[in-house]
Design a protein around this ligand. Structure first.
Ligand SMILES: CC(C)(COP(=O)(O)OP(=O)(O)OC[C@H]1O[C@@H](n2cnc3c(N)ncnc32)[C@H](O)[C@@H]1OP(=O)(O)O)[C@@H](O)C(=O)NCCC(=O)NCCS
Length: 175
């Protein structure tokens, strides 16, 4: 075992791992992750997400994408949306933190968050915002990293697997 390696990905690097990124997203949604999508969700749907929502934003420079791998296998990812309006030059949004179910509970999300915060600092961002489904495993993770809860929006999004709405928790951290 070599452990996780985390790197910043541009278009070329992401294109080289698109099928694996699609499969990781499929595995996460099927394991219950609330990351914008609902079942049915295939690996091809995952590839479409990376192609249509992420590649153009990488090209435009509005997004920082980190990808973690272990022994060549894609294990996790997180994004920093730096495309904030002119009146929020100090803020960025943390998005789409996900760890493949096969690699969970080994501290990878914690490492991805530490590295994305370093990226944010490097970009001169001092306020990070994010949202996560209320009650999810990510909530204690963010709290332990110093994020504060600013509020809960009930009925924010559809549950990925059941015909019901879930709440979301809005959080922030000052770096
Ligand atoms: C949330 C998620 C990213 C955590 O990934 P991970 O690599 O397993 O997390 P880590 O091993 O770094 O754990 C960090 C902390 O998160 C919390 N945590 C992680 N999994 C948890 C679980 N199943 N239940 C409760 N707390 C959990 C714990 O506080 C943990 O700290 P500890 O191990 O010291 O107790 C992963 O479960 C995931 O991808 N979930 C689906 C996608 C998602 O919800 N993303 C967040 C969108 S905002």
């Amino acid at each position: 075992m070599t452990g996780f390696s985390i790197a910043r990905y541009d278009r070329r690097a992401l294109e080289a791992v698109l099928p694996a990124m699609g499969e990781m997203m499929r595995a996460c949604v099927h394991a219950g992750a609330s990351i914008g999508y609902i079942l049915p969700f295939s690996a091809e749907d995952g590839v479409s997400f990376w192609e249509s929502k992420v590649l153009p934003r990488l090209d435009a420079g509005g997004l920082v994408l980190l990808v973690a791998r272990e022994n060549g296998r894609v294990a996790g990812t997180v994004q920093l949306d730096r495309d904030t309006p002119p009146n929020q030059p100090h803020r960025a949004e943390v998005r789409k933190l996900m760890v493949d179910p096969a690699f969970r509970r080994r501290g990878l999300a914690r490492r991805l968050m530490a590295e994305i915060e370093e990226e944010a600092r490097g970009l001169g961002r001092s306020l990070l915002t994010l949202d996560t489904r209320t009650g999810d495993a990510a909530e204690p993770l963010y709290l332990s990293l110093g994020y504060a809860v600013s509020g809960i929006i009930p009925g924010y999004c559809l549950d990925p697997a059941e015909p019901k709405f879930d709440s979301t928790t809005i959080m922030y951290k000052r770096l």
